[in-house]
Design a protein around this ligand. Structure first.
Ligand code: MG
Ligand code: MG
Length: 268
């Protein structure tokens, strides 16, 4: 069953989302060659707790850290350990905060030092795909319109869209109904209405979309070893359209998505 959220709940989720987005923005600015993933994780946990939140991921089904840190061919769910970031790596950081009982969930991929034009392009297209998916989150549209838009954009650029993992409803739980695939035909699934809150999270690959899970039971890698990027936002459908609850400053590239970034969201 899909738990629709009241305006009051969405307001709390926005406050949760502000913690997530502030900490993520800080991590994206701070990561550099020579840092271990464990250091990035410590910075994340401190940032969440300083702002009055609880790291949602820590202990989730036994996950040992506050972020997932996924480097290069790691798609998602990388465990932040002793791996050292190197110039030219790309790092996907996935982070969640629980605040006053409500979860926000967001992710972004960032380059370490100088990265290849191919890696830059993969990251840009993945972020664009996320924004195009969010733009489909309109009252009266169907849920699969989101995944369809994501898939079309990624495939137009010759990339793969991971099938094995999906976005999801968010609320008191990190993973609620409905599942939100990043691919598929348009016009399927539920009709979206205000009060729906979901995490939209395209995982886009340079090669095949096939993935494998490593022996640690968490780390998901591309089967062909090529790069993957991951961008995610928690988004509420309101009477005024989609509202990104985990919006970050400098979140948008050349896409014209001004109507999804009301100024008051960025002010606080
Ligand atoms: Mg996430
Ligand atoms: Mg998620």
């Amino acid at each position: 069953m899909i738990e629709m959220k009241s305006a009051r709940e969405i307001e709390i989720m926005r406050r949760s989302g502000k913690i997530t987005s502030a900490v993520l923005a800080n991590l994206l600015r701070s990561v550099k060659a020579g840092m271990t993933l464990r250091e990035v994780d410590r910075m994340a946990e401190r940032g969440i707790r300083e702002r009055g939140g609880v790291p949602t991921f820590k202990g989730y089904h036994g996950f040992p850290a506050s972020i997932c840190a996924s480097v290069n061919e790691v798609v998602v769910h990388g465990i932040p350990g002793d791996r050292v970031l190197r110039d030219g790596d790309i790092l996907s950081i996935d982070i969640g905060t629980t605040f006053e009982g409500y979860v926000s969930d967001s992710a972004a991929t960032v380059g370490i030092g100088e990265i290849s034009p191919a890696a830059q392009r993969l990251m840009r297209v993945t972020q664009e795909a996320l924004m195009l998916g969010i733009a489909q989150m309109q009252a009266g549209h169907r849920l699969s319109d989101i995944g369809h838009a994501v898939q079309q954009h990624a495939e137009k650029h010759g990339y793969g869209v991971v099938r094995a993992l999906v976005g999801h409803g968010v609320g008191k739980q990190m993973h609620e109904e409905p599942q939100v695939p990043n691919w598929g035909e348009a016009g399927k699934g539920i009709v979206m209405r205000p009060g729906l809150v979901i995490a939209i999270e395209p995982m886009v690959t340079q090669g095949s979309y096939d993935v494998e899970t490593l022996k640690d039971g968490w780390t998901v890698v591309t089967a062909d070893g090529k790069l993957a990027a991951h961008f995610e936002h928690t988004v509420a459908l309101t009477d005024d359209g989609p509202r990104i609850l985990t919006l970050r400053e400098h979140d948008f590239m050349e896409l014209d998505v001004a109507k999804y970034r009301p100024k008051e969201e960025l002010a606080a």
